[in-house]
Write a protein that binds this ligand. Structure first.
Ligand code: UD1
Length: 417
């Protein structure tokens, strides 16, 4: 069984370079099949979720040339299959982007419905609402969603919840719809902007991405492009929390500091030093850190995908912190694992009450999901003694060379197969 073995207690010091944004890449890869011309995408992260997405794209008949670990060329002219296999949906939820992309280009898609997930209910009602507004018929049978339309027509869509997935999916379906689509209450995450910039580089006419109103003027067709994906906000934030929790000093390179503002602000409130440069941030962990409160919210609020990592840092700060999970209801499963390492955290519904301790002690723990797995690695790096982390397949879905990058910072982590 794959696992990490960590000998903790060493402050992490040095430089780390951040990879391309996984969640932006998932949307962009789906968007790349909207044209019949070649699309060259650079700075894709070499992580399992992306590799599965590329397999899914190749499986529907598109040409996928992996030029190197971080560059891929895609050509969607040979797509022959408008149906995505169940296995892909089970492996990555983001394969629901094929609904928007295939519907947008071929007016037809059949995609298995995403199942439940470890972090709580994740409905797709807002995606469906958007597709229907554009004139698509949606049928659900045999566990699959079948979407089809003679013609897609622009619409005025108001999302009832702020959702990243539905915002991207509806953009994909609307770029070639007739007329001007307006999405209100759109999500504003950096990867929404990146997907919109990518589509615009293919000839789409999208305005307002990054605000809560996105306007999409439909075009007849899209053309090929070359595009480099933005750096990963969550990978950056994870190393920032690692510096704080281990009382280390890490220069995190290839980041967009603006995307990290909510994380920077919280680490500073705790007493850490955060220096911002043009494309880097340096975090110097303070020996004594203070408690603070956090509530996860859509961007520019504090990201839910950073909640476990900052909670680990707060669990090592003086006093009591309150962490409120505002997006997904079941995102505190790792708390039981942290308790085995000496963490003192009580969970009441979507709130965690975190009493700071002086340090963790090594134990055998299980990663319950991707970000919680990364948080347990941070805890293990701080802990005295040896920590064994099981189920690290989750971590490899979203972090490129995680153990290698940590070793380069002086962390004692081994990967065992
Ligand atoms: C994306 C990210 C995920 C991140 C999340 C929130 C990708 C591949 N994944 O997930 O890492 O944690 O954003 O930043 O980019 N909702 C509905 N109806 C819908 C859609 C969503 O009620 O149709 C709710 C969800 O249950 C959740 C909230 O809206 O409570 C936000 O979900 P959403 O932003 O859509 O998350 P994902 O796109 O699945």
């Amino acid at each position: 069984m794959e696992q990490y073995i960590i000998e903790g207690g060493t402050p992490l010091k040095g430089e780390v370079t951040i990879s391309g944004a996984k969640n932006a890449a998932l949307g962009i890869l789906a968007a790349s099949i909207l044209t019949d011309e070649d699309v060259l995408i650079e700075n894709i992260p070499d992580v399992n979720d992306i590799n599965v997405m590329l397999e899914a794209i190749s499986n529907i008949g598109a040409r996928v040339d992996r030029i190197d670990a971080h560059t891929v060329k895609i050509n969607g002219s040979t797509i022959s299959e408008l149906e995505v296999e169940d296995d892909y949906m089970r492996r990555i939820r983001a394969s629901y982007y094929f609904i928007g992309a295939l519907l947008g280009k071929y007016r037809k898609a059949r995609v298995p419905l995403p199942g439940g997930c470890a972090i709580g209910a994740r409905p797709i009602d807002q995606h469906i609402k958007g597709f229907r507004a554009l004139g698509a018929e949606i049928e659900i049978d045999g566990g699959s969603l079948y979407a089809y339309a003679d013609q897609l027509t622009a619409a005025h869509i108001f999302f009832d919840v702020v959702t990243v997935g539905a915002t991207i999916n509806v953009m994909l379906a609307a770029v070639m719809a007739k007329g001007q689509t307006i999405i209100e209450n759109a999500a504003r995450e950096p990867h929404i902007v990146d997907v919109a910039n990518f589509l615009n580089s293919m000839g789409a006419k999208i305005k307002g991405a990054g605000t809560d109103i996105i306007r999409i003027r439909g075009v007849e067709s899209l053309h090929g492009t070359e595009y480099a994906i933005i750096p990963d906000q969550i990978e950056s934030g994870t190393f920032m929390c690692m510096a704080a929790a281990t009382r280390g000093d890490i220069l995190i390179k290839n980041v967009i500091p603006k995307h990290l503002e909510s994380i920077t602000a919280k680490l500073q409130e705790m007493g850490n030093e955060v220096q911002e440069f043009d494309e880097a941030v340096r975090v110097i962990g303070a020996p004594l850190q203070r408690h603070t409160d956090i509530k996860t919210q859509p961007y520019p609020g504090f990201p839910t995908d950073m909640q476990p990592q900052i909670t680990v840092a707060l669990a090592l700060a003086e006093g009591t912190s309150i962490v409120t999970e505002g997006i997904f209801e079941k995102r505190f499963k790792y708390v039981e694992e942290l308790a085995r390492m000496g963490g003192r955290i009580r969970v009441q519904g979507n709130v965690a009450i975190v009493d700071g301790v002086r340090g963790f002690s090594g134990a055998t723990v299980t990663a319950p999901d991707l970000r919680a797995g990364a948080a347990l690695v941070i805890a293990g790096l701080q802990a005295s003694g040896r920590t064994r982390i099981e189920e690290i397949g989750f971590i490899k879905r979203g972090y490129e060379d995680f153990d290698k990058k940590i070793r380069a910072l002086g962390g004692r982590i081994r990967y065992l197969q």
